[in-house]
Design a binder for this molecule. Structure first.
Ligand SMILES: Cc1cc2nc3c(=O)[nH]c(=O)nc-3n(C[C@H](O)[C@H](O)[C@H](O)COP(=O)(O)OP(=O)(O)OC[C@H]3O[C@@H](n4cnc5c(N)ncnc54)[C@H](O)[C@@H]3O)c2cc1C
Length: 428
């Protein structure tokens, strides 16, 4: 007979791991079997897009619900021992956002964001040029025609340490971990529930299924007749090796909207950079028009052998970096790779119960999931174990919004005159 689990979590990225650990811990709290959670990944834990994140945790976000959730998540990161029963240290040098001054000497959009963040308790404040100068190392160029906002509570993690901690959390919470196991399909019962998850090593009965398969979701859930509107957008990463003698000041994260790039200090004396997700609807829409996942699935584009970065792309990044860093011209290309953001048409999460399959809950990140991981894990536990306040935020990101006219209107906006997703500042 098939083994039965309270919850089967599909996908062992940061969201799947966080979900499985939280569900297991919540089950224990209500005197149920914590080992009744199965976490399945077709490869290894943290081997999907989670292998590529920059370890940045920050809260300012133009979507108020995402900002609220990010603030909750940032507080959880600082208290992660309580959530995952593991120790994790973060660098706490904050983040500086930089934009060109408009003709009024400010950035109206970010001024508005500043006042909205204040209402949510997110510290995101405009700072004068002289303060910005003091916050960054000597080799970072800041200019009088730029405007600066400071988010002091932004955190930087070492992704390798996070991955080790997540493995430890899985071990401690007694989850049934199934790496190198592929979910191939499902059996559905007459109540529109998934009764069995069919995998490459056999079938498992389950009460609940969590979809944390990110960019792979469309292929997996097409077998249930569900259309999950997730696609991928390429992004390149470069790490520059700099002189350790120059690293005289701790460097905050630099969210450089003048040159459209994020920078942070990385491992041992490197500057890590990549560009943000595209925001204009016409750019975002190409990911859905081409629909690369429909043909070959995220496997093709996420294959490790398909992730090299070319010379010309490195030069583009070098040109961008030289505008912000005085020391990059004499520096060394250390490493670089291509990766992908998993994006939805409106660049927002897909969270919570599926309206068509009664025991399926989605947990997809929309290109910026790492920072939310502990909060989304707790949210999934609240959805399937003991309803709580995070469910209310999760319901704001329900997949049901893509029903009816959403995609039709999306394509109308692509061909129309209003091209903004109004989500500038929803970043990383
Ligand atoms: C360059 C870059 C930098 C980033 N920096 C940041 C950052 O600083 N901060 C931040 O918050 N976010 C950042 N992100 C975003 C972040 O990396 C992703 O949003 C996040 O890792 C997605 O996690 P996930 O768990 O949803 O998906 P994934 O990590 O992609 O996990 C999905 C898993 O599903 C598994 N899977 C697929 N199909 C099956 C199947 N059939 N059966 C079983 N398992 C299956 C895959 O193997 C994979 O492990 C960055 C992204 C990139 C590309």
């Amino acid at each position: 007979m098939a083994k039965k689990f309270h919850s089967v979590v599909i996908g062992g990225g940061c969201l799947g791991i966080a979900s499985a650990v939280s569900i297991s811990r919540h089950l224990k709290r209500v005197n149920k079997d914590p080992s009744s959670v199965c976490l399945i990944d077709k490869r290894v834990l943290g081997g999907g897009l989670t292998a590529r994140h920059s370890g940045i945790v920050r809260s300012a976000n133009a979507d108020p619900y995402a900002a609220k959730l990010a603030k909750i998540a940032a507080d959880m990161w600082l208290n992660v021992k309580h959530i995952w029963d593991v120790e994790l240290e973060a660098d706490r040098f904050g983040a500086i956002w930089i934009a060109k001054k408009d003709k009024h000497g400010t950035n109206k959009k970010w001024d508005k964001l500043e006042s909205e963040m204040r209402k949510l308790g997110v510290r995101f404040n405009k700072i004068p040029f002289d303060d910005a100068l003091k916050l960054v190392p000597d080799f970072v160029k800041v200019n009088e025609d730029e405007v600066f906002y400071y988010e002091p509570d932004a955190l930087q993690y070492d992704p390798a340490e996070v991955r080790r901690a997540l493995y430890e959390a899985v071990k401690r919470s007694q989850i049934s971990l199934m790496e190198k196991t592929e979910v191939l399909g499902f059996k559905k019962n007459s109540l529109d529930k998934i009764s069995e998850v069919i995998t490459s090593v056999g079938s498992f009965e389950c009460e609940n299924v969590i979809n944390a398969a990110g960019a792979w979701s469309p292929t997996i859930f097409a077998k249930l007749g569900l259309a999950i509107p997730v696609s991928v957008e390429p992004v390149y990463v470069v790490n520059w090796l700099t002189s350790l003698a120059e690293k005289n000041v701790a460097m905050p994260i630099i969210a450089d909207y003048v040159n459209r790039a994020y920078f942070r200090s990385w491992r041992d004396g490197e500057i890590h950079m990549h560009q943000p997700r595209k925001r204009a609807i016409q750019e975002t829409s190409t990911a859905f028009a081409e629909n690369p996942l429909a043909m070959l699935g995220a496997d093709f584009i996420n294959d490790p052998s398909n992730q090299a970065i070319g010379y010309s792309q490195t030069r583009v990044y070098e040109d961008i970096s030289k505008k912000r860093f005085a020391n990059v011209a004499q520096t060394v290309f250390s490493s670089g790779y291509r990766s992908f953001f998993d994006i939805t048409p409106d660049l927002r999460f897909i969270l919570g119960p599926d309206p068509k399959i009664n025991n399926l809950c989605h947990c997809l990140g929309s290109g910026q999931a790492f920072k939310f991981a502990p909060a989304l894990g707790e949210m999934m536990a609240e959805f399937v174990v003991d309803k709580g306040p995070l469910c209310e935020i999760g319901n704001k990101f329900s997949i049901s919004r893509f029903d009816n006219d959403f995609m039709e209107n999306f394509w109308k906006r692509v061909s129309g005159t209003q091209h903004s997703l109004e989500i500038e500042g929803a970043s990383l």
